[in-house]
Ligand binder design. Structure first.
Ligand code: CMX
Ligand code: CO
Length: 148
């Protein structure tokens, strides 16, 4: 079951300048930064709010590291802007299968590694009324030391 907005993915040409815009304009701070080689992006996650299921909602600012990456191609065609919407779920495998059974193209056979060791997959935008849609299961929170 999809239970929340996990993030909005925003494509930009200059990650540092875009991070600075969100900091100076809204006061949003970078929660996490990484390069995802497989996805072809350098990214910053800005945490906007927590949720009652323990998850959180982010803006994901994305700068391509290769012109032929998904974000690089999209930027060349459209310029900067909203690239995708990501829904959070506790069960990305089950939800992706159920959505595939409804005839929507799921882009990966198995979920892949996303930001902060989450597991992600994508639905084809042409099957989703023009919106590239991501499904995300966050990495489990680090086990707390129970004292044994
Ligand atoms: N939103 C809406 N439509 C999109 C889109 C997007 N983000 N990206 C592509 N499209 C549309 C294009 O406009 C094009 O439409 P037309 O044929 O009407 O012109 C069509 O989809 C095909 O686009 P394309 O430029 O030829 O690109 P590809 O088919 O090679 O790739 C897609 C499209 C969705 C398969 C590819 O972008 C993909 O695999 N995306 C998933 C991975 C990804 O986006 N990674 C970056 C984010 C990583 C993260 O979130 O962690
Ligand atoms: Co994303």
């Amino acid at each position: 079951m999809l239970t929340r907005i996990d993030h909005i993915g925003i494509a930009c040409f200059d990650l540092d300048a875009t991070v600075e815009f969100y900091r100076a304009t809204y006061g949003f701070e970078v929660h996490h930064c990484e390069v995802n080689e497989e996805q072809g992006v350098r990214e910053a996650m800005l945490r906007i709010n927590g949720t009652d299921d323990g998850g959180a909602t982010y803006l994901q600012l994305l700068e391509p590291i290769r012109e032929d990456s998904a974000v690089g191609k999209w930027l060349a065609k459209n310029g900067e802007g909203v690239h995708h919407v990501a829904f959070g779920t506790a069960d990305v495998d089950g939800d992706a299968e159920a959505i595939r059974d409804k005839g929507v193209r799921v882009l990966y056979e198995q979920p892949r590694r996303g930001s902060m060791d989450s597991r992600i997959t994508f639905l084809h935008p042409k099957d989703c009324h023009g919106v590239l849609t991501e499904l995300v299961t966050s990495a489990p929170a680090a086990e707390e030391d129970a004292g044994h």
